[in-house]
Design a protein. Structure first.
Length: 318
């Protein structure tokens, strides 16, 4: 019998598309839904029989989510995957990693850096998924809770792999009390939740490559950056900003444990030009009124990005 507690997930950054790698990073996670898909093809030839002909195996791929509580080091692998690049500088005992969404594809085959993802489900061999694209990353910050991330995956090929022995870094994930927020350049304590999502729309492109896997994984639309959540309706400041469609900077800072040299694990999420697309504050009863909001992180020409993630930790590079 398989138990989730006996499973593991590892990521391994590939040098190129099509070739699996084994520089495994084992990632603590809450759940996963990675699924091998097979598109059935239905023949329409007529043979004098009323019943459907047998289906024929069509395109195969792997899609699904990995849900995890973000640790200051593990999170960087997902940020590189979804942004497409990273750069690192050093300050005393800390490494400072900057993740800016890349404006070119990884290569002619895949849009984003390809990863080999291995999933072991406590029984038999593990499952290896190659050319995995981490095309969407959602970071959920809710008052009173541990931060949570959802990484959405699209991979090209699947195979089996021998069970490995995972190892993990002993450290706590970010929690709500490590979060501070500036809106429009000023500290704002009215926000009760925020979900920041960066999405690269990816589609599988079948080619005449002699295989039943997708030949390429390419973009199918514009990259988007969004923020959504709830805030206390204690004044009409943000409502007025929504009505006026005034752009403002959202700057989230998550500060974790000490790493020496007067430095801490830290994540900053900078959305320099955020525009509310929805802002509502209905009366739902006798109690407190809260406002729900949605916003787009637009590309800011003065900053040259729509979002910038900066991660400070002890990891040498990504």
């Amino acid at each position: 019998m398989g138990y989730g507690i006996g499973g593991y997930i590892s990521l391994s950054l590939q040098n190129s598309a099509g070739t699996a790698t084994t520089n495994r990073v084992y990632v603590p996670f809450k759940s996963e839904s990675l699924t091998e898909n097979i598109e059935p093809l239905q023949s329409e030839n007529l043979k004098g029989i009323f019943d459907n002909p047998d289906t024929i195996t069509g395109i195969k791929n792997i899609t699904g989510d990995i849900i995890f509580e973000p640790h200051p080091i593990y999170l960087g692998h997902f940020l590189k995957g979804v942004c497409g690049q990273s750069s690192t500088t050093f300050s005393t005992s800390a490494a400072i990693h900057e993740f800016l969404p890349r404006q070119v594809d990884f290569d002619e085959t895949v849009a984003l850096p390809p990863y080999t993802i291995e999933v072991y489900k406590s029984v038999g061999d593990g499952f290896r998924y190659t050319d995995a694209q981490i095309h969407t990353l959602q970071i959920n910050l809710t008052a009173g809770a541990i931060a949570e991330c959802t990484a959405t995956i699209h991979a090209r090929t699947a195979s089996s792999v021998s069970k490995q022995t995972p190892s993990y870094i002993d450290a706590d994930p970010f929690t709500w009390d490590t979060v501070s927020l500036q809106v429009g350049g000023s500290a704002n304590g009215e926000f009760e939740s925020a979900t920041i999502t960066i999405t690269n729309p990816i589609e599988g492109v079948p080619t005449l490559n002699g295989e039943k896997t997708e030949g390429k994984l390419k973009r199918s639309g514009f990259r988007t950056v969004t923020v959504a959540g709830d805030q206390d309706f204690s004044n009409q400041t943000q409502s007025d900003i929504f009505k006026a469609q005034t752009r403002q900077r959202f700057l989230f800072t998550l500060t974790g444990g000490d790493i020496g040299g007067s430095k801490n694990n830290q994540l900053t999420i900078d959305m320099p030009q955020t525009n509310y697309t929805a802002f509502s504050f209905p009366i739902g009863g006798a109690g407190r009124i809260t406002a729900s909001y949605d916003g787009n992180g637009e590309y800011d020409t003065s900053s040259s990005y729509s979002v910038r993630f900066t991660l400070q930790n002890t990891q040498a590079s990504y």
